[in-house]
Every structure is written in structure tokens, then in C-alpha cells.
Design a protein around this ligand. Structure first.
Ligand code: APR
Length: 182
């Protein structure tokens, strides 16, 4: 399913984010930036050690204490098809009354802002925070799509934003939410 917002195409698809040929793919990282499971594990294992090397440099310079939730940083894509990986940290779901929606929205918006800053035209997102971090997918899809649509409504330059869902259930959830928001 596709939608057009202010000349940018939003594409919803199911697949493996590490296989996407967009210029950048977004990693659902943790504050340490030292890798993990899920998307994080897939990106590091397929992208190779160069990515972790640049993550370590970022930890030694920009974020010595670890990245704050909702912030985004960029590294090389290493051996991935994507040139760049944008690492962002989504919130851990804590019931919905701890500012999770704002932090999740920030993760998408800061990733897009960094992409625009780097002149990136095409970018793929996973469904941030809806795996190990436990964010209910329906709620997360609403936050994610609203954040991306808000950002694209006020910023030009990006040609395509993909949401790469890892199950048909998640794809259907995002498609339903996008239909409601259009
Ligand atoms: N491609 C696309 N989506 C994927 C892939 C993949 N290769 N692998 C997993 N997913 C999906 C999951 O099914 C889930 O819907 O990405 C979504 C996010 O799941 P996680 O990767 O667990 O990310 P998150 O919930 O944000 O938790 C982050 O998990 O891996 C650790 O280091 C990471 O501590 C951090 C935490």
C-alpha cells in the first residue's frame, strides 16, 4: 500500500529491512548502540563489523553515556545494500503514561531530520519499539504514521519512506491505520 504526502511516497510492505535498497535503513537500537536482537541483531550481523566500529566511535564522542531515547545517529551501512544506517532508540512500553508516544514520535522525526540533513532521499523504517520493547503495534502504527506524515508535511527532500513490517499481521495493522489517517 502506498500514499503520497507532499511529494513523498510512503510505502508499507512486509519483508526484511536488511534487504531494502533504500539509501538508509533505520535500526531499532538500544541506548548502548552495541547491538542486540531483532532488527538490531540483523543489521549488525548482515552489515558487518564496520557498523559496530562507528557505533563505538559515536559512544566515545557524541554519546558517552549512551543515546537518549528518541534520538538518532548515523553510521555506514557496511555490507548492507543501504549506504547508511540511522540508529534510533524507541521507548520501552510502560503502559502508555510515561510519555512513550512522544518519545516514539521523536524517534521517527529525528531519524527523518537526520536523513534530510545528510541529503538522503529514500529511507526504510522498521516498526520501532513493537518487538522486545513491547509497544502495542496498533498504537505504535498510529504514532509512527502520524509522526512521519507530520514531518513530510513540513519538509521536502525525501522521495520515499518505507515501513518494512515483519509479519502480515503488522502490515495489515499499518495499512488499516494509514487508511484511517489519510
Ligand atoms: N526486518 C524488519 N523488521 C524486523 C526484523 C527485520 N529483519 N527483525 C525484527 N523485526 C521487527 C520485529 O518483529 C518488531 O515488529 O521489528 C520490530 C521491532 O522489534 P525489535 O527489533 O525487537 O525492536 P524494539 O522493539 O524497538 O526493541 C529494541 O531490542 O534488539 C534489541 O538492541 C535492541 O534493545 C533493543 C531492543
Amino acid at each position: 500500500m502506498d500514499a503520497i504526502i507532499n511529494k513523498t511516497k510512503i510505502v508499507l510492505l512486509s519483508g526484511d529491512i536488511t534487504e531494502q535498497e533504500t539509501e538508509a535503513i533505520v535500526n531499532a537500537a538500544n541506548p548502548t548502540l552495541m547491538g542486540g536482537g531483532g532488527v538490531d541483531g540483523a543489521i549488525h550481523s548482515k552489515g558487518g563489523p564496520e557498523i559496530l566500529g562507528e557505533c563505538k566511535l559515536i559512544r566515545q564522542t557524541l554519546w558517552p553515556g549512551g543515546i537518549a531515547t528518541g534520538e538518532a545517529v548515523a553510521t555506514t551501512g557496511g555490507r548492507l545494500k543501504a549506504k547508511k544506517v540511522i540508529h534510533t532508540v524507541g521507548p520501552v512500553w510502560g503502559g502508555g503514561d510515561k510519555g512513550e508516544d512522544r518519545l516514539l514520535s521523536n524517534a521517527y522525526k529525528n531519524s527523518l531530520a537526520l536523513a534530510v540533513e545528510m541529503g538522503i532521499k529514500t529511507i526504510s523504517f522498521p516498526s520501532i519499539s513493537t518487538g522486545a520493547y513491547g509497544y502495542p503495534v496498533e498504537k505504535a502504527s498510529r504514532i509512527a504514521l502520524r509522526a512521519v506524515m507530520d514531518f513530510l508535511g513540513n519538509n521536502e527532500g525525501i522521495r520515499e519512506v518505507r515501513f518494512v513490517l515483519h509479519s502480515s499481521h503488522d502490515l495489515r495493522t499499518y495499512e488499516k491505520t494509514l487508511t484511517e489517517l489519510m
